[in-house]
Design a protein around this ligand. Structure first.
Ligand code: CO
Length: 163
């Protein structure tokens, strides 16, 4: 069976991803961006996609064709991109993953380059770690004073931290 046809759900995708990555980080970035725009506008255009990701339209077209072959996108006339059910499932997961990592960084007091930091981490985190981080976010949400305590702990120890 074609390896690309093995996944139909987010769970399937993630299971496959832990051992042998099906989507490259770049593919994930494209899919996440397409998903974001489709939530806002209902569709994505190749030129908009290229602008948003700071790539040439020809590179965006190539990647869109690859993702279409994987069964994740519907690439229609006039440069209009839509998601298949599978594409939607994975897009949902990718955006959720992004928000979990971003929230975690926010919770531990990161404010500089939070977007870049999130992008660096998100592509490599395992599903079990992600689940744990999500739970930690929820823990901080239920006990917000612990965020403040951690902040003062950080201030107190910043001079002795060797890193
Ligand atoms: Co992201």
């Amino acid at each position: 069976m074609d390896k690309n046809r093995e996944f139909h759900t987010v769970r399937g995708y993630q299971l496959l991803d832990q051992n042998h990555r099906l989507l490259t980080p770049a593919m994930e970035d494209y899919l996440e961006m397409i998903y974001r725009n489709i939530l806002l506008e209902g569709y994505m255009r190749v030129n908009t996609l290229a602008d948003l990701l700071n790539v040439r339209p020809s590179s965006a077209t190539k990647m869109v064709q690859k993702l279409t072959q994987l069964g994740l996108l519907k690439y229609e006339k006039y440069g209009i991109i839509l998601l298949t059910e599978q594409g939607k499932n994975i897009g949902t997961f990718l955006l959720k993953r992004h928000h979990i990592i971003e929230k975690f960084l926010e919770n531990i007091g990161i404010s500089d380059n939070i977007l870049v930091e999130t992008e660096l981490i998100e592509h490599n985190v395992s599903k079990s770690t992600l689940r744990c981080i999500d739970m930690l976010n929820e823990f901080f949400n239920v006990h917000p004073h612990l965020i403040d305590e951690f902040e003062s702990f950080k201030l107190k120890h910043s001079s002795t931290n060797e890193l």
